[in-house]
Design a protein around this ligand. Structure first.
Ligand code: GSH
Length: 209
């Protein structure tokens, strides 16, 4: 069975939601970052990590999102399969990995981004990270104008990319001084996803509530 290694509330929440949307049987293993158990399947000690029942392992959030969408085309989560639709999915997956997720790293782990051990130095790194998060939220908010979902024409088409954005929007709500109040289209996407029973099931399972 497909197995997802995840940590509560981490970016792996996206893959957990995608597996729930797909509806095929899957297993989950809750891990701690950098634990021996996680290092045995992912040399970076990071989540998400996906394992198939023949032992094949896949790491990197964007690769796993894409793999699951195309492994289960019947779930209708690819965002479309034309050349341009695939390019758009790749574009937004790369945006989430390299721009949005990366902007949060200095916020969550400031000590990795300065050799100065003082609290002031770490506070400055967090502030710089939050500024970058605000920039990426603006990009996403502008893209979502007139759209319900990140991919697709017209009002859009729900896809794995929306699930990928979800944990990062949650982090924004928690970490930004103003939450996501300045990004009404991002808030609307969050509300749409948070109201989904599959998303609620996954959050309840991850948090044990
Ligand atoms: N490039 C990796 C980054 C994954 C990543 O950093 N995941 C975080 C959780 S959201 C993590 O496991 N961090 C643990 C660490 O950095 O030690 C990916 O996209 O999968």
């Amino acid at each position: 069975m497909t197995t997802l290694y995840y940590a509560t509330g981490a970016c792996s929440l996206a893959h957990h939601i995608v597996l729930e949307w797909i509806g095929a049987p899957y297993e989950t293993v809750k891990v701690q970052f950098g634990s021996k158990e996680l290092l045995a399947v992912n040399p970076s000690g990071a989540v998400p990590t996906l394992q198939e029942d023949d032992g094949w392992l896949l790491t990197q959030a964007g690769a796993i999102i894409d793999y699951l969408a195309h492994k289960h085309p019947e779930a209708g989560l690819t965002g479309g399969d034309s050349l341009r639709e695939r390019a758009e999915a790749h574009r937004w997956s790369a945006f989430l990995t390299s721009d949005m997720h990366a902007a949060f790293w200095p916020v969550f782990t400031p000590a990795r981004y300065t050799t100065d051990p003082s609290d002031d130095a770490k506070k400055a790194v967090v502030a710089a990270g939050l500024k970058l998060v605000q920039k990426q939220m603006t990009v996403l908010n502008d893209h979502l104008e007139g759209r319900d979902w990140i991919l697709g024409d017209g009002r859009g088409l729900r896809s794995v990319i929306d699930a990928y954005a979800f944990p990062m929007i949650r982090w924004g709500i928690k970490m930004l001084p103003n939450g996501i109040a300045d990004y009404p289209n991002v808030q609307a996407l969050y509300d749409r996803l948070a109201a989904d029973p599959a998303v609620q099931r996954v959050i309840a399972r991850e948090t044990g509530k």
